[in-house]
Design a protein around this ligand. Structure first.
Ligand SMILES: [Zn+2]
Length: 107
């Protein structure tokens, strides 16, 4: 979650030079160098892109639901080979299709 926040923050920071230069009507100076129009357009679109992935794409691509076969604790985790249950340390399985694979566990 922390890295997602930093991506969002970076996106917002990247939006500043183009917005400021649009408001004041001349190129902004960044680290002693004036930012050219091409650079500002790149900052703008890259900033929008970073904000977009941090807000909308992140959870879809990175998180999945897992279930513990022992205590049936469900948790949302980043995709990984080995996910342990936080309650009983058993290896967890992906929730999607779990009851099809283990019909005996249905209650
Ligand atoms: Zn468990």
């Amino acid at each position: 979650m922390l890295s997602r926040f930093f991506i969002l923050l970076l996106g917002i920071i990247l939006l500043f030079p183009p917005i400021v230069s649009f408001v004041i009507g001349k190129p902004v100076t960044l680290w002693g160098q004036p930012v050219h129009l091409t650079g500002e357009i790149l900052y703008f679109f890259f900033g929008i892109f970073l904000i977009y992935i941090s807000l909308f794409k992140w959870t879809l691509t990175v998180k999945r639901k897992y279930i513990c076969p022992v205590c049936k604790e469900v948790s949302e985790q980043a995709e990984s080979n080995e996910i342990k249950c936080s309650m009983c340390s058993e290896p967890m399985e992906e929730l999607n299709g779990f009851y099809e694979r283990h019909p005996e566990k249905k209650d």
